[in-house]
Design a protein around this ligand. Structure first.
Ligand SMILES: Cc1cc2nc3c(=O)[nH]c(=O)nc-3n(C[C@H](O)[C@H](O)[C@H](O)COP(=O)(O)OP(=O)(O)OC[C@H]3O[C@@H](n4cnc5c(N)ncnc54)[C@H](O)[C@@H]3O)c2cc1C
Ligand code: FES
Length: 278
């Protein structure tokens, strides 16, 4: 009888070690992870992994580091329930289970040579950071870069040090807005859509990459279409409840697509019929 070969199975949980763990905000925790069986995860920007905690369960989490950073990968996890609260208890030196990388990431080869407009709302900066860092590490391969970041309050801004560096770069236009300011905040106040009309762009050669909470997509996409960006050039990354992560269980279905396998990254023209249901 043929022996069941698990080595390449998408269900195989790989052992990994947390080499750095720290609280970023009250509800978000940063983890730097190394695999025990390989030097690199071999992922594309925008893909995700299934993170498992023995005896608790498994959750899909976006890889927030660029593949240009070798020997480790990074995650940011918001504590919302059973698995994510167990992930929040992880400290440096602990072991964690990893499956993946899974899903269709951002279309890096298609983006090359074009201008980019990144639109990140809240936790959307987490998956988007894998692409922003990839673009910055390969800056000559891309045209103009605009980054728009929207957060509820100044305290909710993740990756503050890196965001400050993006702001200083002369080859990146960066704008940030918060819904509610505090007395120290000197920047823009308002929802993220309010930043879009002021962006100077050539719609024919601009790809917009949008990641944020479900409510954001409809309004941001409306503004991007008003700017004349073609539907095919609006890229979104979506979230759905997931179980298998590999297109087998049907938990993550959006119309004819499985979010885990056909996505999580889609172009607007692929999913526009379903945008109201997001
Ligand atoms: C492709 C993908 C990438 C993701 N990347 C990240 C990431 O980088 N960082 C991060 O913190 N989270 C991310 N998530 C969300 C994360 O997977 C869920 O928060 C997690 O599975 C919740 O598990 P739990 O056991 O802690 O919560 P549960 O106890 O199962 O649920 C707690 C609450 O969260 C809701 N919930 C659970 N899963 C989802 C979901 N997928 N979408 C919306 N609501 C959900 C439940 O309905 C419930 O209200 C991602 C999800 C997907 C599909
Ligand atoms: S999570 Fe099972 S089909 Fe997508």
């Amino acid at each position: 009888m043929k022996r069941l070969e698990l080595v390449d199975s998408p269900y195989l949980v790989r052992e990994a070690k947390v080499c750095e763990a720290r609280q970023m905000t009250k509800s978000e925790r940063y983890l730097k992870i190394v695999l025990k069986d390989a030097h690199d995860l071999d992922h594309e920007p925008g893909q995700f992994v299934m993170v498992s905690i023995a005896g608790v369960g498994e959750a899909p989490i976006s890889i927030c580091s660029s593949p240009t950073k070798e020997g480790y990968f990074e995650l940011v996890v918001r504590n919302v329930g059973k698995v994510t609260s167990a992930i929040h208890k992880l400290e440096a030196g602990d072991t964690v289970g990893i499956r993946g990388p899974f899903g269709r990431g951002f279309p890096v080869r298609i983006l090359e040579g074009n201008d980019l407009l990144f639109v990140a709302g809240g936790l959307g900066i987490v998956p988007l950071r894998s692409l922003v860092d990839f673009v910055i590490d390969n800056r000559r391969d891309f045209g103009r870069v605009n980054i728009l970041l929207g957060c509820r309050t100044p305290q909710d801004i993740l990756f503050r040090d890196e965001v400050a560096l993006w702001e200083k770069r002369i080859d990146v236009n960066f704008s940030c807005t918060v819904d509610r300011a505090d007395p120290e905040w000197k920047g823009h106040v308002g929802v993220i859509t309010s930043l879009i009309p002021g962006v100077d762009l050539d719609p024919d050669r601009t790809f917009a990459v949008v990641v944020g909470p479900p409510i954001m997509y409809k309004f941001v996409i409306k503004e991007l279409l008003k700017k004349g960006i073609p539907e095919k050039q609006i890229i979104v990354s979506l979230e759905r409840h997931m179980k298998c992560g590999v297109g087998k269980c049907g938990h993550c279905q959006i119309a004819d697509y499985y979010c885990c396998q056909d996505g999580p990254v889609f172009s607007y023209d692929e999913i526009k019929e379903n945008i109201e249901a997001l």
